[in-house]
Ligand binder design. Structure first.
Ligand code: PMP
Length: 344
């Protein structure tokens, strides 16, 4: 295993090295005491008068089991959007460091980088999904790889990811928000080998729990501790934890993912037969990127008037393109039926 300590010291913002963060009473007293007079809570029960645990063991155990990591290799955040922001706040020195992205890709990497005052280096993603070399003229503190990539749908094979990790000077974040829809192996299995690797997962996509705002960062223990030290103290509200414990169901997820993957294939074939469609990109996510033979915006407006919303992604590509999430069988049927009536 690669030596860990020098890597942390180099990558964490100097002013946050050894930072301990806020210590709540929940952190200091592990076993629930009989009488709790240590957190300025209201003692009269309402169901919600007590602060939740910073990282409740019931959620950490279930998620670390599902992702196949130790419980100290996982941090639960408010969606992976908060995970992206937290990583950049921990390591990114405003006005000094840079972040590398491969556009077209998920927009929050550059949004969070700009908020933190970090330069964004764009190394365009080639359309045949061969990834550019990440060693650029200017070194990047953090490289974001999205696999499967939103909005193109392609994923990075593990051997290619190893090459990228071997070349990287900084942290490599692999965002696997759509991993359950893909057959590619997860980067999680490389965590023990590469201390500079962080993997993001979310319950917002395959698990159908976007409203709960639950994401996770997976990585070696020292990163999890450092990241938690800068997180606001109680990221998982009690009702969210209760809903998670009721709704988290990997078996149900697998059944739904199989159905969505089947619908993705059917929709792809139906879209290909439309005159206005140039190409449907191969997708390993729960969406399809469609290259059009007509302008995207009027088509989007036409469908919206008929109650169907799709995303115009033309500006990211330089050619007319829309991204379509896979809906229910009825929703996808309605989409195709309405689209058939469209003439540019
Ligand atoms: N990563 C990717 C690639 C996404 O597409 C999204 C949401 N569209 C997110 C992260 C954010 O997910 P969450 O709901 O967990 O914040």
């Amino acid at each position: 295993m690669t030596e860990v300590k020098p890597l942390i010291d180099e990558l964490i913002r100097p002013e946050l090295r050894g930072f301990r963060g806020y210590s709540s009473s929940r952190d200091e007293v592990e076993e629930a005491p009989e009488i709790r007079l240590d957190a300025n809570e209201n003692p009269f029960p309402s169901g919600y008068n007590r602060y939740p645990d910073p990282q409740p063991s019931s959620i950490v155990e279930k998620l670390s089991g599902y992702y196949g990591v130790e419980s100290d290799q996982l941090l639960v955040t408010r969606g992976s959007d908060e995970a992206i922001d937290t990583i950049l706040r921990l390591v990114g020195q405003p006005g000094k460091d840079a972040v590398r992205i491969f556009p077209p890709t998920y927009g929050m990497y550059s949004v969070s980088a700009q908020i933190q005052g970090l330069e964004v280096i764009e190394s365009p993603l080639e359309m045949d999904f061969r990834w550019p070399n990440i060693r650029g003229e200017k070194p990047a503190k953090v490289t974001f790889l999205c696999s499967p990539n939103n909005p193109t749908g392609g994923s990075i094979p593990l051997d290619r990811l190893r090459e990228l990790l071997d070349q990287s000077e900084g942290i490599v974040v692999v965002d696997e928000a759509y991993a359950e829809f893909s057959d590619e192996a997860s980067a999680v299995e490389l965590i023990a080998e590469y201390p500079q690797l962080l993997v993001l997962r979310t319950l917002s996509k395959a698990f159908g729990l976007a409203g709960l705002r639950i994401g996770v960062i997976l990585g070696q223990k020292f990163w999890i501790e450092a990241l938690q030290s800068i997180l606001a103290p109680y990221p998982i509200p009690t009702p969210v934890l209760e809903a998670f414990l009721r709704q988290f169901d990997p078996d149900r997820m697998k059944v739904e993912v199989m159905e969505i993957v089947g619908l993705r294939q059917r929709l792809k074939e139906e879209l290909r037969s439309l005159d206005t469609v140039e190409e449907v990109l191969p997708s390993e996510g729960n969406f399809l990127l469609v290259r059009l033979r007509c302008e995207a915006e009027p088509l989007r407006g036409f469908l919206l008037e008929r109650g169907i919303s799709i995303r115009d992604r033309s500006s990211a590509f330089g050619f007319p393109a829309v991204r379509i999430s896979i809906g229910t069988p009825l929703e996808t049927l309605k989409l195709v039926n309405e689209w058939k009536n469209y003439t540019p």
